[in-house]
Design a protein around this ligand. Structure first.
Ligand code: SF4
Length: 148
């Protein structure tokens, strides 16, 4: 089974600050799962490193005040394209990100405050029927995919 994953969760240095983060995601997954790494912000044409961005009133604005919504949307569409090519019905996406976050994102003030909401890519994938899990929800994902 192919499952999309935010590339930064595998340690790929694609984050806005040019770093990756290593999570012990791989060790919890059975060998039958093949991970398809994606970074919607890079796929949307944004550079790395890049200014931090947050969602405010439905738009994605970076800390320099530039509206980067179009790049975020383009990247989300490219991730959806890859999900369809690889037949992914599930995704493990980085929590709280303005692209990848599902359920909670930062409030747009760059103050570290989280509010309810989805990142641009997580929202599009969910709308298209792909089940999105955060990195802290691997157990839940395994439970859901047990019989597939
Ligand atoms: Fe990670 Fe997603 Fe941000 Fe790319 S867009 S660095 S995959 S959280």
């Amino acid at each position: 089974m192919n499952i999309l994953i935010s590339a930064c969760l595998l340690g790929v240095k694609c984050r806005y600050d040019g770093k990756g983060k290593t999570y012990d995601v791989l060790s919890a997954l059975p060998e039958s799962i093949r991970l398809i790494p994606v970074c919607p912000e890079q796929l949307g044409g944004l550079s790395t490193p890049r200014p931090k961005a947050e969602i405010k009133n439905g738009r994605v604005i970076n800390i320099e005040g530039t509206d980067v919504t179009d790049a975020f949307k383009r990247g989300a569409e490219e991730v959806l394209r890859l999900a369809e090519i690889f037949g992914c019905k599930y995704a493990i996406l980085k929590e709280n990100s303005p692209s990848c976050g599902k359920g909670q994102v930062y409030n747009g003030d760059f103050s570290g405050v989280l509010i309810d909401g989805d990142g641009i890519c997580a929202k599009l994938l969910s709308q298209k029927g792909i089940k999105v899990f955060g990195e802290s929800q691997i157990d839940k994902l395994l439970e859901e995919t047990r019989n597939e």
